[in-house]
Design a binder for this molecule. Structure first.
Ligand code: UDP
Length: 389
């Protein structure tokens, strides 16, 4: 009998599972509700010829060799180290906040004092969290902590998450460290590379397999149902025999029966200009004065040459309303939401063929490399399950 698998969603989670299962001989049916593959990594070329990330800037970085070599099968990559500048007190300074930021924002004697205290406390050329700074006894380091907290994190986070900074889980804000030294890269991972022809091309190659059937514009809730009595997933009303990898919002799959899981979303506003270049760097963060959080100029990321044309993106964070056509983007990490997620997961446990993978299905603020690693793991679990042999 032919082995078959059903994949819902074609972002990284679904696409990677689909490819590994197809390579292993499964006939893979995929359902993607959007008119394109690639999830939030989708890239396209605007009328002016500039390639952009439709759902905000996505930068690949990892310490996971296995993830990188998996993706490398499907695309070449070019070295790209992401850099971000923040506008603070009218100055443009590196984010993560580093020694150059200190030099630009403080008088020379103060800057020298702060840098030497930080180096003494933490060593040189390393990254610490804002909490690490607050946890020291040294009053100068605590002054720096207060400054960074006020000028970099407080207002940006309030805009981004819609709640005061104090209510945020530290796992969110510790994504952006403070650098003890002059390293001005946004990430410190060993591998910082971007797909040569962009993410859409990478996804096209991942999914280009005779055993993968791609169905776009396919709302999964029109095609699949859960059948609690049999513990089976139905596809078009017929029990599906094989693994089902679901990468959409878990609450939607269960018809929000335990209530909606909250998310933040973003209003993306693109602007095209007839100039070569508008800003000096890929991303400028606006932690304080503006309503948007950051402006991305994509040519600095894609390294595309389009003379006389550029496109920028402003990101306005917003509350997400389930049932609207908004896109759930950022899971909101707190104990109450985690409990609700775990309750949904328990419901999912009644369906032995159902596997959850990805930011929405697992309600986790995953980076791209972590999703790929997780998808490789889910595929391995499926392949090791005797009933799917
Ligand atoms: N953050 C901040 N100020 C900044 C950059 C980030 O307060 O200048 C905080 C904010 O809470 C944000 C989090 O750090 O949501 C993670 O930032 P990251 O750049 O990783 O966010 P993403 O690119 O995933 O939107």
């Amino acid at each position: 009998m032919k082995k078959q698998a059903l994949i819902i969603g074609l972002g990284f989670a679904g696409s990677v599972v689909a490819r590994i299962l197809a390579d292993a001989g499964f006939e893979v049916i995929t359902l993607e509700k959007r008119p394109h593959i690639g999830g939030n990594m989708f890239e396209y070329e605007r009328c002016n010829g500039v390639r952009v990330h439709l759902y905000g800037p996505h930068i690949f970085h990892t310490n996971n060799e296995a993830v990188y070599s998996f993706l490398n099968r499907f695309s070449g990559f070019y070295p790209y180290s992401h850099r971000v500048i923040g506008r603070i007190d009218g100055q443009l300074v590196p984010i993560p906040f580093n020694f150059t930021s200190i030099d630009k924002l403080f008088p020379e004697d103060k800057a020298t004092l702060y840098k030497s205290k930080l180096t003494k406390a933490f060593g040189s050329d390393c990254r610490v969290t804002i909490s690490d700074l607050f946890n020291t006894q040294d009053s100068d380091i605590r002054d720096i902590a207060n400054f960074v907290h006020q000028k970099v994190f407080l207002n940006y986070s309030a805009k981004q998450w819609g709640v005061p900074f104090s209510e945020l889980d530290s796992s969110v804000t510790s994504r952006v460290p403070v650098v003890i030294g002059n390293d001005d890269r946004y990430f410190s991972d060993e591998i910082q590379m971007m797909p040569l022809l962009g993410f859409t091309d990478l996804f096209e190659h991942i999914l280009n397999h005779p055993k993968i059937a791609i169905n776009l514009n396919s709302e999964s809730n029109r095609r699949i149902q859960l059948h609690p009595e049999s513990g089976k997933v139905l596809l078009d009303g017929i029990p599906f025999n094989g693994p089902v990898c679901y990468t959409g919002p878990i609450d939607e799959l269960f018809d929000y029966s335990l209530g909606a899981l909250p998310y933040r979303t973003t209003d993306f506003v693109f602007e095209d200009y007839d100039v070569n270049c508008l800003q000096c760097t890929p991303v400028i963060n606006y932690p304080n004065e503006e309503e948007y959080t950051r402006i991305t100029e994509f040519k600095h990321i894609t390294l595309q040459e389009v003379p006389g044309k550029t496109t920028i993106l402003k990101e306005y964070p917003m509350a997400y309303h389930f049932g609207s056509n908004m896109i759930p983007m950022y899971p909101i990490h707190n104990p109450e939401n985690r409990q609700k997620y775990d309750d949904y997961l328990e419901l999912g446990g009644n369906y032995s063929d159902l596997f959850f993978c990805g930011r929405l299905a697992e309600y986790k603020y995953y980076n791209m490399d972590a999703v790929v690693a997780r998808a490789m793991q889910v595929a391995d679990i499926i392949l090791a399950t005797p009933k799917y042999d």
